[in-house]
Write a protein that binds this ligand. Sequence first.
Ligand SMILES: O=C(O)CCC(=O)C(=O)O
Ligand SMILES: [Fe+2]
Length: 351
Amino acid sequence: MTTDQGHGDLSWIPIIDLKVFDITKEENEVDRKDLEKVANDVFKAFSTIGFVYIKNHGIPQDQIDNIFRLADDFFAQPQETKDKLIRPVSEAVGIGYIPGGREHFVSGKPAVLRESFDVIIGSTYKQLWPSIPNFEQDVVEFHRTCAKLSLRMLKLIGMGLGLEDQNELLACHTNLVNWRDNSTTMLRLLTYPPFTEKEDKMPDLTRCAEHTDYGSMSLMFQDSTGGLEVIVLGVTVCWVCHCAWCASVEYEPGMALTHCVQTVDGEYKPATPIPGTIVVILDDMMPRWTSDRLKATLHRVTPSDKRNTRRSLVYFTDPDSCTIVKPLDGSDTYPPIRYTRYVTQVHMNDF
Ligand SMILES: O=C(O)CCC(=O)C(=O)O
Ligand SMILES: [Fe+2]
């Protein structure tokens, strides 16, 4: 793993170079030792800091830029045009538009200030595509591309965990490739408009309140606006160069710290946009599978730059709906639960 040396306070961010196992390579082409090293780096970063940035992942930058452009084209349309594609709450529609003001992350607080275009593919759900040239075709292709990357990351996590069957997590994600009817894995094109003068004066207003995502893992692509923040679990940072990894000791909870390191634990830190990278966070199923060895990453989007539109693309990787999620180590840290039941319970605030 490298850290982002030379970028001042970004230096503690774990950037994993995925070149040896990027999405263009087949697993049998990759040297086993290289693969194990990346898997260890990924696991170490997830289990200490709680999230990773990945670079050299194999998704062409042109493809990402094109999806951002198509999203801009979509959101720039007149409101009446977008409203014709609204995903109704009461009807099963897998692909469509969510207007601003519909989603609440915290009940009783104002709705999140953003619009999205949601894409759950392969379902028998109704699909409400816009008539923008190449939109459907390119977005579907990007969905497939993200699936490849998620499967790579799940493989690496399985290896890092030391699972006897390293493909055990992959086996819970057949929907990413097969696009069965019951898939919930979703690509979201998101836009956060600038704050109006009235919104400026509302103290509780944020772009997206603190939360974790429901499924397995989220791939987050962001523009250069900033605002995404993640909770850092436990990082030992050198006071001198701010590097998380030059410190001679590995942080363990409760460890006495020497004079040259400080610990950041449980604090929000900006997930600053770094060109060419994707932020990968873990979702609610990971602690359940790993008996808390891996945690779900709390995150939020603050209005750090409320004068400008912020754009992002998030690929929410979910397990197959029928998956019974339970600790892979055979322990009873969490009771088994069917993934779709978990989501229903979260929606009903049933925990
Ligand atoms: O827009 C982003 O970068 C993050 C959005 C997010 O966390 C979510 O929709 O769950
Ligand atoms: Fe999220």
